[in-house]
Design a protein around this ligand. Sequence first.
Ligand code: CP
Length: 315
Amino acid sequence: MPWTRRHLLTLEELSLAEMEQIHSIAAVFKRALQRGVKKVPALRGRTVVNLFLEPSTRTRLAFEMAAKRLSADVISFDAAHSSTTKGETLRDTAQNIQALNVDMIVLRHAASGSPLYLSKILNIPVINAGDGAHEHPTQGLLDTFTMKEHLGSLRGRKVAILGDVLFSRVARSNIYALSKMGATVILVGPSTLVPHWFTELGVEVSHDLKSALADAEVVMLLRIQHERQVSSHFPSLGEYTSMFGLNKARAAWLNPKAIIMHPGPINRGVEIDSDLADGPRSVILEQVTNGIAVRMAVLYLCSGGSPERIPDGSD
Ligand code: CP
């Protein structure tokens, strides 16, 4: 199937076939990353700019690693020492970057819709690396890639997403991806952070942790995002943890083979206890590793790479 998209903005707009195509190319790149020579020549001569105007560890480093493994040149924008601190707008910043003749922009921004906006005013591909509370498409793709590695097909699998769903772009991207892949998604947390209207997205909503976790094959924890909350959505962190924090006793409600996921950064002792985050059921660091291959696939396809002839360095 030919790839027709120039940008990756949301998983809401991606079809199941497109997500599966990204996953199958990510699997090829993952194998290439396990060889002695990890670089492939797919984006030789191209330049990718990481325009991160919100803090990031995993996503920024994984995009940088992905572009380097594809043999592209990478420039990571230093927001703290840039002219954005003098009031330069996103539009002017992005247009000046494009004027430097770069080939692709990866954008993280606190404003929902900012990647869509750039995609309309620039002539180069724009990849959404997380926009406000809207979407984090590559996170949804790497999360579902990791789930498939452990569970095979996600059709009929029960996935519980626990925590601050209201402000979570990770939750939204996973909801769109998992629903198209046929999983049963149940959102759980306090009603202030998991409002009933999420059922309009075709998922279940629960405020009862025990029934939500019962027999789930995946539990995905979400961080409490203080930076996006304008008022308090629960009395205190201690009370949140006592009601919804994942500990050993509560993890026993899960399917015995369930995997534990978290997009990071983790608030240890708040949404998850350390012995679970670091335990044998945790795939949190696998998610990070898979983020490289998945982002390689996205950069490759959006730069016009052929899905049929993937330069994986094997010839
Ligand atoms: N998962 C994620 O987006 O982490 P960072 O904010 O560190 O990129």
